[in-house]
Unconditional design. Structure first.
Lengths: 458, 272
């Protein structure tokens, strides 16, 4: 098993970024002198005309979605201790199906989607080797995802009612203001970004006035992050988590959120406010130990500015109501600041980099020793590069994330190569490398995986 | 006035990072291109577009788009929804294409799978549009005054599909324009009876390819000359590297439902 080394984690992340950059550079088209030819003869007068008989393919079908076969293989595990699950080798062989439909009637639209999967890896490896909770969470699942009704109540007022996703903020890498929907964290670094957010039942009113829009949101469903259970490869502790107490679905527990956004030529600005329950439960000093979700207030802002080939983004959030076991009765505050850019000046290439700084106010020796291991100042860095080849039939992507200014909270690198052999078909292969940090929660250095997906969209 | 169709036709104003003395401004050629620019091209339009992408092995991929366009003064607004293939269905693309000043165009992309609208840096338009042989630059307006024009030194006029056409060289006046569009120069063929660009040859700033633009079907719809089938072929020497056939169906102009409210993030997020 890998041991923590800040410099090693940082070095590995940088090496991955350099490797990706090298691959992208050597794949760049090479200029060559124009060859003298008869330019006017280059038009193809014999080319067949476009076929019109296929126009029925444009008609949206009643049901759409995708079917996917996904496999993952652990490459870095050591031999398990007696009685522990053997996570070496095949860790996923999952068939997945997503179905969705969108229907319109008199200016209103209704959307519903559902997803299910079954993972053959557990049967293949022997189900008796896994904890019951691991099988319950990872072997199969059927769930309703989004289900909402949307329409205009007035010319400048829309209503969207039902289970939905509301994505705040500008960053694709870190969540500073994007705090409304919980996340599926069961496979860190492996989950598709479109599956990452978990929809919540909400009532959303959108007012529009000129360049501005105001969203008023009531969140009725208390649904929290899906995390790896005790006994799973990605669960880092030797003991199970305490029982989690969730807020009752009452009127007074309804969460509120507000988003004021202005979009202008070259730039935009959002101002956010949310009064929600923290997605991460706090440990409560009790016997037996339990955890609960504390009420959290968030004041945030986000902006993006486009100049030439550069998109500059920034986010800021101030959180009130954070709690720690060692000083349970006190509320702590934290300020998160993010700055990033996305550069698209190289052909078919997008380079994205985000830097996040978090400061915990009122930091003291009491919470320093708390089991949550909070830091007074925390820094995170993400570098993402993607490039398309061969008329977008092939795409190469790389992501490196470093947690802590020297990687002391771990690091992650991900490489993916996607090939579209035909319309609606895609094949993705890749690898995720994890570097351990200096806390038990970040001891993930032996989880490296290679993975492959075959997907058909319809 | 400019619409999406004129935008496609206007892609002929290809450019040159290396401005050549061989392509000095010719008043007569300039006057022709001004007429191309001011030609009536319809407004408040809606159309279903189909792109067939053909690689050098002859294998085809198909993209379908529903597109709306409107003029706002000198500026042009467009809204596109991708209908196929299935993995991008529902994705929306909103563009505010500014004619005057130094403002970059505004572009927003809506990704339904993430339920997120994202601003796009629109400085570089040389990238491929959805993997086709058309670039983003080919889908936005080019200012006629950004180029120098001269008659082609080999052939001043030719006959194309039975119609006489002028052959005009177009080069960018500065490197910025060349860099943004990805073309160092172009040769355009302007039909003499209606000032429609029916053919063009583009020379990309990087690589050794040449792109051939060919309007294969030209119809008068509601009085507006409209290219309803356009071929763009990328060649290396005489060899075809890749080709895109862009066809237009259900072309309509002057639609009451196509008003400025349509070209908003609100509408973008509601989908086609």
């Amino acid at each position: 098993m890998k041991t923590y080394s800040p410099s090693a984690a940082l070095k590995k992340a940088l090496e991955t970024a350099l490797l990706l950059g090298f691959l992208l550079v050597i794949a760049s088209p090479v200029s060559a002198d124009e060859q003298p030819i008869d330019l006017f003869s280059g038009f193809d007068d014999q080319a067949p005309a476009a076929r019109q008989e296929e126009s029925d393919r444009d008609t949206p079908s009643f049901l759409s979605g995708f079917a996917k076969l996904a496999a993952a293989y652990n490459t870095d595990h050591g031999q398990p201790l007696p009685g522990q699950t053997d996570w070496r080798g095949l860790s996923k062989l999952r068939g997945e199906l997503l179905l969705e439909t969108k229907q319109k009637l008199s200016g209103w639209q209704f959307f519903v989607s559902g997803k299910g999967f079954y993972d053959l890896a557990y049967e293949s490896n022997g189900r008796s080797g896994y904890a019951a909770r691991v099988l319950a969470d990872y072997e199969d699942e059927v769930e309703l995802r989004e289900a909402w009704l949307q329409g205009a109540l007035l010319p400048s007022l829309d209503l969207k009612l039902g289970r939905q996703i509301v994505a705040w903020g500008r960053s694709d890498n870190f969540r500073v203001t994007d705090i409304l929907n919980p996340l599926d964290n069961r496979e860190p670094g492996l989950t598709d970004i479109e599956d990452l957010r978990l929809p919540l039942a909400m009532t959303k009113l959108n007012f529009y006035l000129g360049d501005w829009s105001l969203d008023l949101i009531g969140i009725h469903e208390h649904r929290y992050d899906k995390n790896p259970p005790f006994g799973h490869d990605f669960y880092p502790y030797p003991v199970p988590p305490p029982e989690e107490i969730r807020p009752a679905h009452t009127m007074e527990n309804t969460e509120l959120a507000l988003d004021l956004t202005g979009s202008f030529s070259g730039w935009d600005l959002s101002i956010y406010y949310a009064d929600t329950f923290n997605d991460q439960p706090n440990l409560v000093p009790s016997l037996p130990p339990v955890s609960e979700h504390r009420r959290l207030k968030i004041f945030g802002t986000a902006a993006s500015i486009a100049r030439g080939n550069m998109l500059i983004i920034t986010e800021a959030a101030h959180l009130q109501g954070l709690g720690f076991l060692a000083d349970f009765n006190s509320d702590y505050e934290r300020t998160d600041l993010l700055a990033g850019f996305e550069y698209s000046g190289f052909s078919e290439t997008v380079i994205n980099c985000d830097y996040l700084f978090r400061r915990l106010h009122g930091y003291n020796n009491m919470i320093k020793a708390s089991p949550e291991s909070p830091l007074e100042n925390d820094e995170q860095l993400a570098l993402r590069i993607s490039r398309n080849f061969l008329h977008e039939t092939v795409s190469l992507g790389g992501l490196a994330m470093v947690f802590g200014d020297r990687g002391q909270r771990g690091a992650l690198e991900r490489l993916t190569l996607t090939y579209d052999p035909a319309d609606n078909w895609s094949i993705t292969a890749g690898a995720v490398f994890y570097e351990s940090g200096d806390t038990p929660a970040t001891a993930i250095g032996d989880k490296d995986r290679v993975f492959m997906e075959i997907r058909y969209d319809f | 006035m400019r619409t999406f169709f004129k935008i496609l036709a206007a892609m002929v104003f290809g450019l040159s990072a290396v401005t050549s003395n061989a392509f000095a401004d010719d008043p007569e050629a300039w006057a022709i291109m001004e007429k191309v620019d001011t030609r009536e091209d319809g407004d408040r339009s809606m159309v279903d577009m189909r792109m067939i992408l053909i690689n050098k092995q002859g294998k085809e991929r198909i993209r379908s788009i529903r597109s709306f366009g409107i003029d706002r003064g000198e500026d042009h607004l467009s809204l596109m929804f991708f209908l196929a293939p299935a993995d991008v269905s529902g994705t929306g693309f909103l563009t505010y294409d500014y004619e005057g000043g130094d403002n970059d165009d505004d572009q927003w992309l809506f990704l339904p799978a993430l339920n997120k609208t994202k601003r796009i840096a629109a400085g570089d338009k040389s990238g491929s549009f959805m993997g086709s042989d058309f670039s983003y630059a080919d889908l936005t307006t080019r200012r006629v005054e950004d180029y120098k024009y001269s008659f082609n030194e080999q052939q001043r006029e030719v006959t194309v599909h039975g119609h006489k056409a002028w052959v005009i060289n177009a080069t960018p006046k500065d490197e910025k324009v060349a860099g943004e569009t990805g073309y160092k120069r172009s040769i355009v063929f302007v039909r003499q009876d209606n000032f429609v660009v029916i053919r063009a040859i583009y020379f990309p700033t990087n690589g050794s390819t040449t792109k051939y633009y060919d309007v294969r079907k030209l119809e008068q719809i509601e009085g507006v000359w409209t290219g309803t089938e356009i071929h763009m072929t990328t060649k290396k020497g005489k060899r075809t590297v890749h080709k895109t056939i862009l066809s237009f169906n259900n072309v309509k102009y002057n639609q009451d439902s196509v008003n400025e409210d349509l070209f908003s993030i609100r509408r973008l997020e509601k989908g086609p």
